[in-house]
Design a protein around this ligand. Sequence first.
Ligand code: 4NP
Length: 166
Amino acid sequence: MIQEIARWRILFVCLGNICRSPTAEGMLRERLTQRDLATRVDVDSCGTGDWHVGEPPDSRAVEAAAARGIEIAGLRGRQLDLEDFATFDEILVMDSANLDHVMALKPTGARAEVRRLMSYAGQPEADVPDPYFGGEAGFQHALDQIDAAVEGLTVSLMRRVAASDA
Ligand code: 4NP
């Protein structure tokens, strides 16, 4: 019997899709590659707003990620689409404003579960604050938070893959 190989689909959401969510996308891609899981998980990111559609990530986010070995310069901004609720298994938002926006759009019967990214760092109520209008320290703080949560998410995905393959 040919058994279909299970895959998971993860979408990160922030406001502009040029700072936090592309950073999370790049970091999860890197972690999955390191653990040989890249073919088992689809990863994407988007913004609730449309100001930066088609644009690369903010240069400060690109540099901060690169300093930690994460390459995100090739990503391009896109806006959250209603179809995302049917495509993705999990929609992981950065802050309360993203959560309110996403929950207001979420159709009944949506496939996607919506939660804060920081749930995966054991902080289900915590925001990853928007670093866009601040300085370098904000980007480093966001990276530290995203790093911790993406590690927890990666471990969760490893367990899900192992359980489905057992
Ligand atoms: P992000 O940061 O949501 O982490 O991508 C922002 C980027 C741009 C804007 C706001 C937040 N903006 O207002 O243009």
